[in-house]
Design a protein around this ligand. Structure first.
Ligand code: ADP
Ligand code: MG
Length: 614
């Protein structure tokens, strides 16, 4: 029997190349779109779930339709980010590797424009570009689009979301009227549909599956936690999945950066991907993630749109996206090419409505999951370790010289003793960290109030005497001295100055004492108060010991991170004496414990920044 791609009309050279990539038969969107696109006679809209092979769905027909004897641009693929631009370029180049003289050039911001201009000058048939840089090159009259026959808009909705519409208009105005425009996306919000109509005349429309439906191979789970416990809960989910290879989505660039930094500080193998990083930083992060030397990629919606990394096990919504459509794009980073995956949302009880909305859009129900307790995590980690030991590759040649001495050392131990000791070596540390681990699942009652400041894995010690010592996440770096802080507290709570005891201003946080009877009032009063856009947090303080482990200042010692975060997570993480990526210090959870700033108001700014940068 013929290869099914041949039957669709794809030539042998290309089929051989994709066979090497493991493409045995076309995916449904490929099967449906390839024949239509090969006719070359229509504009086209292709909507299909994430991870279903849309790149090849337009890429293979493009390679068939282009005349590679000619050395001028015939096809232009526009996409929203440079990561996607590089990925599409790489995919198309692989598909075309047996076609003589086929040239695909990536055009994107943040990298040397001279290199890109040179490649264009040498001759190119397919240009894959982000809009900003493309326009720049057009402005320099460095490219001739008068023979463009096909324009592909990949992840079109995101490009329009990002405010690229004017750029796209301008770019397209330099291409011939008669060209065909193909638009691909996983979702098609109605307002985008209206705008997209503008670029197309009477398009042939293909929707695979129910529109907007999520990938059936993805399990969706949600966890309900108190806002303050979110970071701790998130870490516990990660600890419970020792082999996680995940993408964690945050709402803003700042939150993305903060979470990544906190995780790194806590000994996890994580890094951030967002638009404020330089192109080099972004490339480096993506490379490490693709090579799996990074275990957790913390990303914004924009930065991770469309990226295709194999075998992502979990997508974690640290914050739910502002726009529902983005949930589909996020979760679509897992379960690609027929695999399975889990998409997790960590929410507070007020966000349950959003989960129900998402369920309606993806046509699938979430499973309510429970944050595992400390014991479960310990057990999971222990057996993960045991499996690793069982499966480790022993380097006989290297280890041999030490064996006699090791044997000698262990001579007095039975096999059972040895196993117990060896397992305890790791297990004791987990037990230590998790021994007083509280239940992080939020109670069902949405009106539940956080009252005890000691909900975390952090404090259990009470306060003595008539005063309660409180922690506040404001300090000298925020411009507070003792007097200012006293004024600030009194103004916001209505308590009088003389009832306030000792005030101890530190860098990014402070302590102050209030009469026991007032502590509840103070804590309640600050629940809704923000300082320069940041939620003010008040908590009952423990003793000095807990201060040390507290806070982002890092001033408090406990810096167990010397080992660096590099290296593969499969085992290496442990070597620096960092423990297996679970935090040991008491206050570890505190780094980001409180509510993050809500930057939604800055979205517009972010967008215009993005545009400048693309
Ligand atoms: P989408 O753009 O729809 O999200 P991609 O084009 O990025 O998806 O493809 C997702 C993954 O599926 C890629 O890793 C790609 O190599 C793989 N893939 C695409 N088509 C096939 C096929 N016919 N057979 C096997 N794997 C495929
Ligand atoms: Mg894609």
């Amino acid at each position: 029997m013929n290869n099914p791609f041949i039957e669709l009309g794809i030539r042998h050279d290309i089929v051989n190349a994709i066979s090497e990539l493991g493409f045995e038969k076309p995916t449904p969107i490929q099967e449906a779109s390839i024949p239509v696109l090969l006719s070359g006679s229509n504009d086209f809209v292709g909507l299909a779930q994430t991870g279903t092979g849309k790149t090849a769905a337009f890429g293979l027909p493009l390679l068939e339709l282009i005349d590679f004897e000619e050395n001028h641009p015939q096809a232009l693929v526009l996409c929203p980010t440079r990561e996607l631009c590089l990925q599409i370029t790489s995919d198309l180049s692989k598909f075309a590797k047996n076609i003589p003289n086929a040239k695909v050039v990536a055009v994107y911001g943040g990298a040397s424009i001279m290199d890109q201009l040179r490649s264009i000058k040498r001759g190119v048939q397919i240009v894959v570009a982000t809009p900003g840089r493309m326009l720049d090159i057009i402005g320099r009259k460095a490219i001739d689009f008068s023979d463009i026959r096909y324009v592909v808009l990949d992840e079109a909705d995101e490009m329009l979301n990002m405010g690229f519409q004017d750029d796209i208009d301008e770019i397209l105005s330099t291409t011939p009227e008669e060209k065909k425009t193909w638009l691909f996306s996983a979702t098609m919000p109605s307002e985008v549909r209206r705008i997209a109509k503008k670029y197309m005349t009477d398009p042939h429309e293909l929707t695979m599956g129910k529109q907007n439906t999520g990938n059936a191979n993805i399990e969706h789970e949600y966890y309900v936690v108190r806002a303050r416990d979110k970071y701790a809960a998130f870490k516990r989910i990660v600890d419970f999945n020792p082999d996680i290879f995940g993408i964690v989505f945050c709402r803003t660039k700042i939150e993305t950066q903060e979470i990544a930094e906190a995780l790194i500080k806590d000994g996890y193998n994580a890094d951030a991907l967002h638009g404020d990083l330089s192109q080099q930083q972004r490339d480096k992060v993506m490379k490490r993630y693709r090579e799996r030397s990074l275990q957790l990629l913390i990303a914004t919606d924009v930065a991770a749109r469309g990226i295709d990394v194999n075998d992502v096990t979990h997508v974690i919504n640290y914050s739910l996206p502002d726009e529902i459509e983005n949930y589909t794009h996020r979760s679509g980073r897992t379960a690609r090419a027929g695999k399975t995956g889990v998409s997790i949302a960590i929410i507070n009880s007020k966000e349950l409505g959003k989960i129900r909305q998402i369920e309606r859009v993806i046509g699938k129900q979430f499973i309510k999951a429970e944050i595992p307790n400390g014991f479960d995590v310990c057990e999971k980690q222990l057996f993960s370790l045991i499996h690793k030991v069982h499966n480790v590759t022993v380097n006989e040649a290297q280890i041999e010289q030490y064996i006699p001495r090791i044997m000698d050392e262990f001579a007095d131990l039975t096999k059972e003793d040895l196993i117990k000791r060896f397992a305890s070596l790791e297990f004791n540390r987990f037990l230590e960290y998790y021994k007083n681990a509280p239940d992080l699942n939020a109670p069902e009652d949405a009106r539940f109030r956080e009252r005890d400041g000691a909900s975390g894995e952090r404090f259990s010690r009470g306060n003595n005497g008539d005063y309660t010592r409180l922690f506040i996440n404001l300090g000298s770096v925020d411009g507070f001295g003792r007097g200012e802080l006293l004024g600030y507290i009194c103004n916001n709570t209505g308590i009088v100055g003389r009832t306030v005891g000792k005030i101890d201003v530190k860098g990014v946080y402070s302590f102050f004492e209030v009469a026991n009877a007032d502590s509840e009032t103070v804590m309640n009063a600050f629940k809704t108060i923000e300082y320069k856009g940041r939620q003010v947090r008040i908590e009952v303080s423990g003793d000095e010991r807990s201060e040390g482990g507290r806070g982002r200042s890092g001033g408090g010692g406990y810096n167990r991170r010397e080992g660096g975060s590099g290296g593969g997570f499969r085992g290496n993480r442990r070597e620096g004496g960092n423990g297996g990526g679970y935090p040991r210090r008491d206050g570890g959870d505190r780094n980001n414990g409180g509510g993050f700033r809500d930057f939604s108001g800055k979205r517009r700014e972010e967008r215009s920044e993005r545009r400048n940068r693309s």
